[in-house]
Design a protein around this ligand. Sequence first.
Ligand code: ADP
Ligand code: MG
Length: 747
Amino acid sequence: TSVMSGEVVIKRLDETVVNRIAAGEVIQRPANAVKEMIENCLDAGSTCITVSLKSGGLKLLQISDNGHGIRKEDMEIVCERFTTSKLKEFDDLKSIATFGFRGEALASISHVAHLTITTRTKDSKCAYKASYLDSKLKGAVRPTAGNIGTQITVEDLFYNVPTRRKAFKSASEEHQKIADVMTRYALHNSGKSFTLRKMDQDVSAGVSVRTQLGSTHVTNIGTLFGSNVGKEVIQVDHFDPQLHLKINGYVTNANCSIKRFLFLLFINNRLVECTVLKKALDSLYQTYLPKGGHPFVYLSLEMPANNLDVNVHPTKHEVHFLHEGTVVESVEKQVEAALLSCDSSRTFYMQKLLPTANTETTQKPTTTSKDKPQRVYDHQLVRTDSKLQKLDAFLTNTRQEMEKTTTYDPVSHDPKSHDPKSHDSMSQDPKSHDSMSHDPKSHDSMSHDRKSHDPKSHDPMSHDPKSHDSKSHDPKSHDSKSLTAAGLPRRRQIQLTSVLQLSEEVKEKSHKELCKVLHDHTFVGCVEPELALIQHETKLHLVNTGNLSEELFYQTLLKDFGNFAIYRLSESAPIYELAMLGLNLEESGWTPADGSKENLANYIVNFLGGKAEMLNDYFCIDITKEGHISGIPMLLKGYSPPLEGLPLFVMRLATEVDWEEEKACFNSVCREIARFYSLKNNLTNAETFSDVKSVANDNEWLPWKRMVEHTVMKSLRDLKVPTSMVDNGTFLQLANLPDLYKVFERC
Ligand code: ADP
Ligand code: MG
């Protein structure tokens, strides 16, 4: 073609060169070819797929299947570009169930390699064999012996693209890449058999991937990713009707932590990558795994193809879809629900900052994150939708600065900084609330299994160790009590009428509109630990997170009654010392008329010692024989109570709780624990945060903010908001968008 002036002549490139370049884009390395061809095998209904490689597929790449084969009359055109039995019109691109079809794989391969196909359909008496070059049949289609199915042989990949060929550093790297692809497809298509064979003439030859016909996902996870992973996976299985999204898969629980995040994602049965989802899941697990630990996550999503960004380029594995934020959130929620459904199987260790037997006052807490500030990934800063602007975006200078902060460290409050001013944020409404239902699986808690508390045969108030089944039947106590032999949690069935009644009351007394506000809110920002801004529809609310978190913990206590994981204190705290500290606080209300503080403290030690059995069994509060508190319940993953509240808690537990009547007792114990756990403003006063400030200015995104946003606010979505919160200042509507418009109209 010449340009108008005729001065510059642009020559059309030789067509085979064009094709070769195009092919090189589709097939960038042997693993791409394998992926395309595996998908072809699966499309052909195969149940056995074998791949054999020489030199990582560069010399030989052969894939055999037992699918329906290719008809002889189609063999001539099967390698032409845009020849496909799967796609008839362009519109089909949008509606076709998978999105790898465009009849380009075989054509591309034939441009950069020697391609031979041997195939036989079930109606054919023999197999046929043909070779291809640059999309065209080379020679004739010849009859040959062969089984039903197809065998595709690719030899000397990139023989005619020397630059590309030179770019491959090592055959073993290519082999590994193919093994990765095979492993993933093998798992996703569990039940079908996959074999990867290395045919090089050296010691490394042999089978490197193999799954059996009829195998399950769980067995295959063990076979392919190691038995340590296989043992710890839990299933995710959910349909989100709103998004028409099917979520299936297996993820490791919090007991399993691996060095590298293994993320396998299939969307509509095609192996893809989705960075947004990957980051979201990795960050979700940060709360559950020890530092530096990562999970194994295998997910298969199915969604209407028209919600997918139809990816017309087969090498671009990265996908995008409509409602990405919502989809990611939905998936995250399901994975978290699965995780939480088994989280009672772990013991968490907390570091001490409590008075110990020999030091009356406090010791400076050791903080793990002080020396090595934990890295905060930017995706952790944004939970819902990356497009949403939050308050902190306007307060913080740069993202880099944020990354310098340490994460919220639950152990780092200095007890000295405890602010003894009374905490009036609680509403002692015994009537409200119930169990939240964000975790679908947790509902089995009432119907699940082994140990049952029968209200008739067992008086929960008189905690006789002999008659107490949880102790007598289960030789191992707390730390392992909820573990089955397989390492999976077993939930205890708690059927105490009183607890059920309390839960029922929570449900009855919940305020529909406010529940909705919390459930659908968009987080705007934290004002202080006890105050946050949220948006719901057009309204901006100032909410009291102190009140809300207290209610959250109360409802959690009822919901998971007797089923908590435990935070073990690194050094147990003597109740006597705690009680003394508590009595010295103004809000204890102590007067000389109450008797000497020492006597009272001794009384508290003995009294709580007498309740130890029950506190341990129902609330996971561990009190040792020596009268020390050594463990407290984990009510919310990633959240530990401000421990400086422990002295007051101990005091109130002994003096404010109704220990006579069962229901009143459980109610008030739950209330006291919730009060102790709730968010307090003095979180910010903690000394440890001063070194955070030193790395940046005061506008720094403090760790507590992250903790409030990511841990507390997230769980609050499912809170049953008690009606008492309508007018007690917990919710304050600050602005309503339509009203603001009216203001502007007047101007
Ligand atoms: P696409 O998969 O997009 O249709 P390909 O170039 O990958 O395009 O394959 C072209 C056609 O060759 C397919 O549509 C299918 O009819 C046929 N084909 C390829 N591989 C196989 C196989 N293993 N078994 C049966 N048919 C196959
Ligand atoms: Mg294909």
